[in-house]
Design a protein around this ligand. Sequence first.
Ligand SMILES: [Zn+2]
Ligand SMILES: [Zn+2]
Length: 378
Amino acid sequence: MQNHNLKVIHKGDACGNDMIVKFQLSSGLEIFGLPTRNFYGGHWDLGPTWNYVVLADKPFLVDAGRFGQGKKLVDMMESVDIRPEDLEFVLISHSHEDHDGGLAELVKSTNIKVKAHVIYDLLIRKYPKKAPPGYKEDFPAKCWHCVMPESFYTKNCLGYHKVLQDLKVDKISDEKYNLGKNICSHHLPGHSPDCLALLLGEEAIIVGDIVLPDISPWPTCEELFYEVADVIKPVYTEPHAIFGLLRYIKSLKKLWEIARLHSDLLVLPAHRLYHNSHWNSLNLADRVNELLEHHIQRCAAIIEILNTEPRTADEIAQEHFEERLLEGFGSLMAANEVVSHCELLIHSGDVAVVDNGMYTAKGSANFEADIRALKSDY
Ligand SMILES: [Zn+2]
Ligand SMILES: [Zn+2]
């Protein structure tokens, strides 16, 4: 952080809530960090969402905080003399609620233009005829898979989803996409099908939730593809093109390639930039390597569990994760992690599905070599 001239403009709490910071890069480019509160608690707590204002030739904002934080974000910007009407656009890093929940409120109060990946534009709409049967008919496609119970999202998300459905979005394509002089986005799906990372010249990269300090971003499951296939086809026809751990690892490899080209990038993640009263300074290549090792270890642990006898994802989760991580909604998150790893292990030929949705080990361990050999595909 020291190299990048970090100035704390407004102090916050130990997690960074209420903080406002400014980075001044050696080219003179200024980036403001504006963390907005999240409502999570317990052991899966990510801390606030770090939204960023980049004062490029055409200044813009990245992300809009969670539902209820749109106006707060405007107030934070104004407190440091950033006029929202001077911003060219807000870019949404991906479709998770802690990043676009405040968007409708932000757009309503500032009329700001919205840019996001083309998949985001498809997934925020509702398709009553294509939705899964039952109460999800009025929900946008991006929430059809949500594992939270109805009571949770009726309380926390339904309001903003209804507004987002009418939003006009400037669509960003899969290819490296120019957002200004020396500023380009990369589509790096896996954590979410519409994840974007934003490279700012040779100096900084805004990575959203693709790479985080302290925590390993959870990967999607490929099986989610089939739920929204009708909505996103014919553009994306293969699950692993945009969903799943395999896809996520390819995205990590792309970040590794970017890190190799630009070795001293300031990495700006969407969570935990500041945590437990200290700054988390990331070296992009090192962090990518740590995350790859983490997934290799988790795959190995799952195979070890399956070597004794076939098990369901829930059973593997119960055995693999610490008890405290399985409390409340934690057990759903944990089972999701297991499924995404098992999908990768099926690709590598190390695991198969048997009766009753149980997974079984096939006696091989090809996954590690496969993960290490994976290319970014770009
Ligand atoms: Zn996310
Ligand atoms: Zn997030």
